[in-house]
Design a protein around this ligand. Structure first.
Ligand code: KG4
Ligand code: ZN
Length: 342
């Protein structure tokens, strides 16, 4: 019936995203990406990303409104990613959202990027079960969370102690000469390789590590192991079997992620797991999580790949939830916080 119409703006990294939702219904998800401009640097260049956001911001808002068939002043609230992310990139979105909220006289909601990667699932699978275990795996974060209320009750259970899962994909893709971003290319290469060709290490799964780091992740040792293996191969003069390395690396990441996520759910007696963030787009992760969870009677929710990577719909989704739960809007001097915790 009267569900809130919310426009959400995302600019934490290299995607300018504008999403429009009514409650849990997705009406528009417009996106402009500067990823091609960063490719030759092998990673996102903050200054380049900020400029691209500035250029894309208004056209992307217009495109989203057109798709949703609304005018900006129809919305009930404006939501925006206030952090974490690249400071200069966040500022572009926050400034745009403030200007819109001020001009339209509508409330402004600053939202946490990590929580919005979890909230976005509601657009596809309906209200999140409460409590639920959430695994957030992106380019900057890898965390296990216990979620009782995605707008405020999010409790970290564990996180990476070095690289994020997506970062590992990006670094390994780079050393294999596959380009940037690494996740999608490795996912594709791995399809023609063998996941058991090379036995790469599973970080923080040894018994002595589990005592202190049961729900934490570590991917830098895995990245180094891949680098050593590839170097040894090159020194021997034999060709590097790219597809096998990709598949075996991907298996090592997904195996640990799924094991720890299901262990977190079991340890809390929680039967629902939601996976979000760019790495949740990984085809092997999705299959492995589904099959192992089924054996344990745990339900897994993963949004479709387009909603896993950064987008505006996720921001609108969390904003709508904040409106629905009567959360206090943000002041118009809302700061961008590049290291905002969940
Ligand atoms: O959530 P996201 O779009 O941005 C951040 O908040 O970081 O995640 C981007 C990360 C990148 O590291 C990218 O390589 C990874 O997600 N990624 C994937 C896949 N698609 C994107 N990793 C593995 N498999 C994929 N299919
Ligand atoms: Zn993200």
């Amino acid at each position: 019936a009267d569900e809130p119409l919310v426009l959400g703006i995302e600019t934490s990294c290299d995607e300018t995203g504008v999403g429009i939702v009514r409650g849990h219904t997705l009406l528009a998800d417009a996106i402009a990406s500067s990823v091609d401009e960063h490719a030759r640097f092998g990673g996102v260049v903050p200054e380049v990303a900020s400029r691209a956001h500035l250029e894309a911001m208004v056209p992307t808002i217009e495109r989203a409104c057109e798709t949703a068939g609304i005018r900006p002043y129809d919305v009930d609230a404006i939501a925006v990613t206030s952090g974490p992310g690249l400071a200069g990139a966040l500022l572009v979105g926050v400034a745009a959202a403030k200007a819109l909220a001020f001009a339209l006289g509508k409330p402004l909601y600053g939202v946490n990027h990590l929580a919005s990667h979890v909230a976005v699932d509601q657009l596809e699978h309906g209200p999140l079960p409460e409590p639920t275990i959430a695994m957030l795996v992106s380019g900057g974060h890898s965390s296990l969370l216990r979620v009782t209320d995605v707008t405020g009750g999010v409790e970290p259970m564990g996180a990476t102690i070095d690289d994020a899962a997506g970062e590992a994909f990006d670094k390994v893709a780079r050393l294999l000469g596959l380009g940037f971003p690494g996740g999608p290319v490795i996912d594709r290469e791995a399809r023609s390789g063998s996941s058991v060709a090379i036995d790469f290490p599973r970080g923080l799964t040894a018994r002595h590590d589990l005592e202190r780091h049961r729900f934490d992740f570590s991917f830098s040792g895995l990245k180094t192991a891949v680098a050593r293996w590839v170097e040894a191969r090159e020194r021997s003069g034999e060709p590097v079997p790219i597809a096998d390395v990709a598949a075996s690396f991907q298996e090592a990441v997904c195996d640990v992620l799924v094991r720890k996520a299901l262990d977190a759910a079991s340890s809390e007696g929680i039967e629902d797991l939601v996976i979000g963030g760019g790495v949740a787009a990984n085809s092997r992760l999705r299959v492995l999580a589904e099959s192992r969870a089924a054996d344990l009677g745990i339900r897994v929710r993963v949004p479709r790949p387009g909603l896993c990577t950064d987008n505006g719909a996720m921001v609108a989704a969390l904003g709508a939830e904040m409106v629905a739960r009567g959360r206090t809007p943000s002041p118009l001097d809302l700061p961008a916080d590049s290291s905002q915790p969940i």
